[in-house]
Design a binder for this molecule. Sequence first.
Ligand SMILES: *Cc1c(COP(=O)(O)O)cnc(C)c1O
Length: 427
Amino acid sequence: MSASASDQLFARAQQLIPGGVNSPVRAFRSVGGAPFFTRSAQGATLTTVDGRELVDFVCTWGPAIHGHNHPRIKAAIADALERGTSFGTPNPYEVEMAELIVSFFPSVQKVRMCSSGTEATMSAVRLARGFTKRDKIIKFAGCYHGHSDSLLVAAGSGALTHGYPDSAGVPAAFARETVVLAFNDPAALDAAFAANPGQIAAVILEPYIGNVGFIRAEPGFLQHVRAATARAGTVLIFDEVMTGFRLSRGGVQELEHIVPDLTCLGKIIGGGLPVGAFGGRAEIMDHLAPLGLVYQAGTLSGNPLALAAGIAQLRLLDEVKPYARLDALGSQVCAAAAAAAKAKGLPLQTPQCGSMFSLFFNENPVRDMPTALASDAKLFGRFFRACLDGGVYLPPSAYEAWFLSTAHEGPAIARACDVITDAIAGL
Ligand SMILES: *Cc1c(COP(=O)(O)O)cnc(C)c1O
């Protein structure tokens, strides 16, 4: 039998691209097997280069909340393309996008656009350090904030599934400036502040974690973090690159009634093109160059094509108000999986909020990185492959969140629930 088109491409890719991929989790290392290559994506469906159609629960890791290749977003990009791809000067989309972000996120008074979530978190941390004139930051184990040096310590996502949450190449001196704590542990936070008086520039967190599988903050935890950071004069950074615009119009901060000092955005805000943003209190943001001493810049920042896509995506969110529908879809998948696991006698946890959730093969509720890592990842790998054989593409790791779009409504979700049920029955 001749090799599939995906296998042929992967063989060529591995000669030229480290591991054959441009982002590690795509290599399927933690679930086994070789990755498929996608030819096109439409609605809830990916079409592989071999012509297979897969129901997609990754949604390009979050951005595709209206499904892939939505006609309104395509039209917005086409319209922007008529005017040119990049100007290197201010452009009108930047002002429109800033106005939109501020209207979705009341905690954001001023905002700076960049080209990725990594840039947003890296720049927000630098800004917090410049603003407070302090060096140390606190992060939480399992939270992934992109791949900059200070933040790639005990990080989730691809870093975690390769078994090296601490990357090689990060100087120990940098890592020492990053204090890592357990998520959902208010006492540990209090102890860290007590041990480092007047030294913590920022606390950064995913308010609900999406990068070690999906984990919600327990009631009161985020409120505790807000109060503790306010007392210490520490900048509270909510990394809502995944959750922003996805779990509600105004992210987790809206759901939990928290006003962080800075917020990082990405993914959905680019409508599938590369965009990030960070914003917050004007008093802090005004420390950025050219007003202040904290330098941050980008040749393609505020790119007209990317912002046109993002603006169309955000306007569409306000039109279709998808959150109740997405929550019902998420519940439907989790309930189907839970019923199948119960029938099979398998322990399964299904934490969910709206269109983000995870299936953890685990006896106990998952509340932090160690409890997430106690899940049966081998079993998840078999489950993943059974679903893929049945035409359903899940995140290729036991420690990533699943994502839904409005395009999943109807036949896609029904088919996916059947495949998931059969896959669990066959484990
Ligand atoms: C994806 C992600 C990032 C990094 O964004 P990139 O665009 O991949 O650089 C940062 N923080 C969180 C919470 C993310 O999910």
